[in-house]
Design a protein around this ligand. Sequence first.
Ligand SMILES: [Zn+2]
Length: 420
Amino acid sequence: MRIATPAFLIVAVLLLPGCGEPAPEGATVIHAARLYTAPDREPVDDAVVLIVDGRIAAAGPSAKISTRGAAALEQCDGGTVVAGFQNSHVHFIDPRFDEAASKPAEELTAALDDMLNRYGFTTVVDTASNLANTASLRNRIDAGEIPGPRILTAGGALYPRNGIPIYLRDLPPEILATLSQPGSVEEALPIVQANLDGGADATKLFLMTPQGGGRYAFMQPEIALAAADETHRRGLLVLAHPTDIEGINLAIEAGVDVLVHTTIGEGRTIWEPALIEQMVSKNLAVVPTLQLCPYELNRAGLEPRIVELATADAVEQVRAFAKAGGQVLFGTDVGYMSEYDPAEEYRLMARALSPVEILASLTTAPASRWKEEARRGRIDAGLDADLVVLEADPAGDAANFAKVRCTIRGGRLIHGRKGG
Ligand SMILES: [Zn+2]
């Protein structure tokens, strides 16, 4: 005998969280108080993200997504969920990462967690380090042995002839000897090729470097151009350290893709509208590294008033560049900078950008710059399950971007608050 189920009962069952159709086999669910699927979309409250096989299976209002039977990640529930972050300027040069091929996994795990995992970074761009060592670290992360972010690396950088920057002079002589300072295109090309053949994802050029006493060394434009052409021929990106306006002009001439800093000088450093227009028309992206400005100038013992003026100039560069349509990529120079907490970077960025623009600089903008928007940057079905759970909504306070409860890369928890 068939008994008809009353319609109200069906509706009630479908509305109960965790009921309805069973979730796919092996699914994990995260409950979000608020979910930002992308910077350019309205947030959704009381939402869920369903993860299957390292990818996002569904994301949206909890009333509309069946999660019955899905495993819970309870310590991650109840926060603000956003896509995994990219830090577009880091370095694996701290001794804690030395001998990455053989160092015990727990030590590397602790070093990665302190510097990156705990701040939500699921992808990082290492803008200069020892390529073989960083590749070893990357291999162990990719093999699942060590929880950590995906690493894109520039490997060894190129410096101007006799142009090691003054702030690197204290490095041990055996490391200084490994820094490439080609004097001609013929010398430069094999260096670029060997670096990319060895697994680097980009080429990093120091175009203009301070030598002390107000003097600078410049990379010869034909070397920068040849290095950039060889890198582009392989479909890869060219990153550059500009130091000052003349360095930006060299970057524009060479066809550089990403400037890894804003510029701070001894006087005011204003990016004029004509310069910004050229940068935007050449599709040059900028990594602000704003926190580095007070970090360096305070270390140099400058007066607070001077530090604030220089910082305000860097903030204004970012504001004007973004307003003109320039692409901003979040980055801190952590690894060179010993301050790991990016909260101050977010506070400074908030003087130039809206919270939604900051979120874009962490997610969609870097995914697009690295031609991976089909794979990451948003929380959409089919994309990698790279997620960050924040303690509070960054729309109210940009420093909340640094208050990370959980970091999930490819569906795997790589940082999570202990004890629920
Ligand atoms: Zn750096």
